[in-house]
Ligand binder design. Structure first.
Ligand SMILES: O=C(O)C1=C[C@@H](OP(=O)(O)O)[C@@H](O)[C@H](O)C1
Ligand SMILES: C=C(OP(=O)(O)O)C(=O)O
Length: 422
């Protein structure tokens, strides 16, 4: 059920330390790898949100045992995947693209469906790719059915992954269990979100899987064992960005503890983006501390590798002095919603001047006024509205529950941000 929310205004510069829960991308990859592993795995500090609970439920439906450990852990015991099973993908790209390859290894039928908006997200590339590798699948988008044969031949396949890096990650994650592994070739416009593929490759290698990614746009995974994982999940750096943006737009200071010094998370790119907007950024033993300037500057940024940061960056750009250009993000039209159209429409309805280009947005800051900010079932649209609300009185989000996709306690965390002592 949707739930409207009056975005609180920051009376002063925001000053806070905010602990961010685990990464969605790390948690959902680790769950899939643990389900395919040769023994039990432990995830310490996994993200518990709609997207990761849906992933856990999908894997449980296929037989995997996932229980809570004594502290904040998920204990995962693999069982050979089997149907019949039903998978609810919700609106999670990672579930709809990472689970079908694993379901192709199951015995028996596995049906997939999701939220109404999920039925519009690009998916056929993964399903066609799996068919080319030997899978029996009915359908090209949600809902569809994978008729698992208990094994998949695998081999060489060419896909066009320009609409989503998750097509590549999904096929690679399960590939060590295909009879012949995989040689995956991308042909088409450039693949977005490459750091997410690097994360997949790094995690596969950490699980002992042999991956060759030396040639651009070609990935080879050898068939073989998958080692169990014992993984501390890093904080979700993309989920941290609305909190960092709060410092940027209020000339405040926010620290996120536990920010990794080295990481595969795409969200780490926010450090460079903030600096380019005139924000002071410091990474030290305390974590990542950002200090907002008196005048936030507009910027020209290529977000091709980090599209999921776009709603945060667009909200900051609308509060900046000087125009911004966000480029390289045509694929965002296939995210939770058409994020380019949604951001253009919502920002303009509050008084901004935003135009869409072929591959992004031109944002001309103007004095903003209150109004309804629509979330389009998209968690990052909702958090973008919250950022603007810090500066602009009278912004009401039509539905704050969308934040449960990756940050179920977003409103609690946001109030602590504004009132750290209470
Ligand atoms: O693999 C992942 O964990 C993700 C990959 C990216 O998808 P796209 O390549 O579709 O942008 C990113 O935007 C999404 O939030 C998470
Ligand atoms: C694009 C996103 O999610 P998904 O994993 O559903 O693609 C996102 O979280 O910004």
């Amino acid at each position: 059920m949707s739930h409207p929310w009056s975005a609180p205004v920051a009376r002063d510069a925001v000053r806070a330390t905010v602990t961010i829960p685990g990464s969605k991308s790390l948690t959902n990859r680790a769950l899939v790898l643990a389900a395919l592993a040769d023994g039990p795995s432990t995830l310490h500090g996994p993200l518990r949100s709609r997207d990761t609970e849906l992933m856990a439920a999908a894997l449980r439906a296929l037989g995997t045992r996932i229980t809570d450990g004594p502290r904040d852990e998920w204990l995962i015991t693999p069982v050979s995947p089997h149907g019949p099973a039903e998978v609810d993908c919700g609106l999670a790209g990672t579930v709809m693209r990472f689970v079908p390859p694993l379901a192709s290894l199951a015995t028996g039928p596995v049906t997939f469906d999701g939220d109404p908006q999920a039925r519009k997200r690009p998916l056929s590339t993964v399903l066609d790719g799996l068919r080319a590798l030997g899978a029996d699948i009915e359908g090209t988008a949600l809902p569809f059915e994978v008729r698992g044969q208990g094994a998949l031949p695998g081999g060489r396949v060419t896909i066009d992954a320009s609409a989503s890096s998750q097509f590549v990650s999904g096929l690679l994650l399960s590939a060590a269990r295909f009879d012949h592994g995989i040689t995956l070739v991308h042909e088409g416009e450039s693949v977005p979100s490459l750091p997410h593929i690097d994360m997949t490759v790094t995690m596969l290698r950490a699980a002992g899987v042999e991956v060759d990614d030396r040639q651009p746009d070609v990935w080879r995974v050898k068939p073989g064992p998958v080692d169990p994982l014992d993984l501390d999940v890093e904080p979700d750096l993309s989920n941290a960005t609305p909190f960092l943006a709060a410092a940027a737009v209020t000339a405040g200071e926010v620290t996120v503890p536990g920010w990794p010094e080295h990481t595969n998370q795409a969200g780490d790119a926010i450090r460079d983006i903030l600096e380019r907007m005139g924000v002071h950024v410091r990474l030290d033993g305390a974590g990542l501390t950002v200090t907002g300037p008196e005048k936030l500057e507009g910027a020209d940024v290529d977000l091709h590798a980090v599209g999921e940061l776009t709603p945060t960056v667009a909200a900051m750009a609308a509060c900046a002095h000087g125009s911004s250009r966000l480029r390289g993000i045509a694929h965002l039209r296939g995210h939770e919603t058409d994020r380019l159209a949604a951001l253009q429409h919502e920002l303009n309805s509050l008084g901004s001047s935003v135009q869409q280009t072929d591959d992004g947005l031109l944002i001309e800051p103007r004095p903003l006024h209150g109004g309804t900010w629509h979330s389009y079932a998209d968690h990052r649209m909702a958090t973008a509205g919250a950022i603007l609300g810090l500066r602009v009185p009278g912004i009401t989000l039509d539905d704050i529950t969308t934040t449960s996709k990756t940050l179920p306690d977003f409103t609690g965390m946001w109030s602590t941000l504004l009132d750290p002592v209470s």
